[in-house]
Design a protein around this ligand. Structure first.
Ligand SMILES: NC(=O)c1ccc[n+]([C@@H]2O[C@H](COP(=O)([O-])OP(=O)(O)OC[C@H]3O[C@@H](n4cnc5c(N)ncnc54)[C@H](O)[C@@H]3O)[C@@H](O)[C@H]2O)c1
Ligand SMILES: [Zn+2]
Length: 394
């Protein structure tokens, strides 16, 4: 184009579509094995630089982790440091923690080809991931999830976020992690509550996508609670479903209105905020599933018996499915508005129409939603009863 052409130009169109690998590896003994080591590629024949961000809950429960990270760094000849951060929602609520990680990234002189290796629960992966996303506009992030929830769901996701201005996940970014290594053996020290939490996300994804997985969880709920081998299998399946949705669902960065894997989350996020995060994410998701299942049942979308089975399955996994905060119906319903804003303008909720099947709905009947809240407040037993609900649950 000549100079005159450029002067007359009124618009430019193009497509920006970088292809990014989304690598998830499953390996026991993450710090001794090959999966993590091979992700930490040398650069210009110099060993990788890395900052390990370690969840202090994981660090306390498994005090050998620091030494194991040290041995890995030595094996790879890497310059690596470790920053320990408070685990749990605290690290997403206190901005200073992200700033502290950013300072460590600066002090360790990490560049865009260096690594932040975040090891911990979903909250630490979110906070460290956010720091990695904004430092130099993106340092490579490797996640080592250490809770059931982060192995079944958030660790394989493509977003990070921290809480801000009183809103859950208000600050955050989309980005594909450089890699994820899922090591089931890290879960052995999880306290009961954190162990249970992840299976709410497994039920969520199974309910909207995979009837077989739901039935496996339903039949094996007792064994899952006892931490038998089935737990690892359903966590892997859930991770694979989340991964497939991101890689093959056509909308990895959530540009469209539909968010099928956020089923049950509009109220879950609100409940976390309303209880100042006393209710954990997984517990809130279990309640959120119960609310939307009751709504779908009242709206005639979901057969009674199937709704009952979902409630019974959550109960068999040990979820309460109710909370005092649900009395504040108007407060909970505000979650619909926040969800709409978060989606980008148009409310779209995923509702189950059967186990393993779901549709998107654009409108919510407030009266029915209030009745759904009331049913959930009453607890699962009443509405699950007689529905053949406990079928196969042991
Ligand atoms: N980014 C996403 O796509 C996404 C998706 C789902 C959930 N999340 C977020 O994930 C968070 C919840 O994550 P979570 O359920 O993993 O809980 P969590 O991160 O809050 O961890 C729970 C507790 O377990 C401790 N812990 C971690 N690993 C341990 C181990 N192996 N042994 C002993 N203790 C251990 C932590 O220190 C913490 O005290 C929420 O903030 C939620 O918003 C993010
Ligand atoms: Zn979730």
């Amino acid at each position: 184009m000549d100079g005159d052409g450029a002067a007359r130009m009124t618009s430019l169109e193009g497509a920006v579509c970088p292809r990014m690998a989304h690598r998830v590896r499953f390996e026991e003994g993450v710090f001794e094995g090959e999966a993590l080591a091979s992700l930490l590629e040398p650069f210009d024949e110099r060993p990788a630089r890395a900052l390990f961000v370690l969840d202090d809950g994981l660090g306390r429960a498994q005090p050998d982790i620091s030494a194991r990270i040290g041995a890995l760094s030595e094996r790879l000849g890497m310059e690596a440091e470790t920053a320990e951060v408070p685990g749990g929602e605290t690290c997403k609520n206190e901005r200073g923690i992200v700033e502290g990680v950013l300072e460590r990234i600066r002090d360790a002189r990490l560049c865009r080809r260096s690594y932040v290796v975040a090891a911990g629960g979903g909250a630490v992966l979110d906070a460290a991931g956010f720091a990695a996303a904004i430092a130099h506009r993106g340092v490579r992030l490797v996640r080592v999830p250490s809770t059931t929830l982060s192995q079944a769901d958030s660790g394989v996701g493509v977003k990070c976020g921290i809480n801000g201005c009183g809103v859950k996940n208000f600050l955050g970014a989309f980005g594909v992690p450089w890699g994820v290594v899922i090591d089931h053996s890290l879960l052995r020290t999880l306290p009961e509550r954190a162990w249970r939490s992840g299976f709410a996300e497994v039920v969520k994804v199974a309910l909207v996508r995979d009837r077989g997985l739901f039935e496996e969880v339903e039949r094996g709920a007792g064994a899952i609670v006892r931490r038998e081998e089935i737990a690892e299998r359903v966590i892997r399946r859930s991770a694979a479903l989340h991964h497939a949705h991101i890689c093959g669902g056509g909308d990895p960065f959530e540009m469209g209105a539909a968010r099928p894997l956020d089923f049950g989350h509009w109220s879950a996020h609100r409940l976390e905020e309303m209880t100042s995060f006393e209710v954990s994410h997984g517990e809130a998701v279990a309640i959120g599933i119960a609310i939307d299942v009751e709504y779908a049942r009242l709206a005639g979308m979901l057969p009674d018996a199937e709704a009952g089975r979902v409630r019974a399955c959550l109960a068999a996994l040990g979820f309460e499915q109710s909370h005092e905060a649900l009395r504040d119906e108007a407060g909970v319903l505000e979650g619909l508005e926040s969800f709409r804003e978060h989606l980008g303008g148009r409310l779209t909720l995923t509702m189950p129409t059967g186990i393993g099947r779901a549709i998107e709905v654009g409108e919510v009947d407030e009266g029915k939603m209030r009745r759904a809240l009331a049913r959930v407040r009453e607890g699962p037993a009443r509405h699950a009863a007689g529905a053949g609900a406990a079928r196969g649950v042991r």
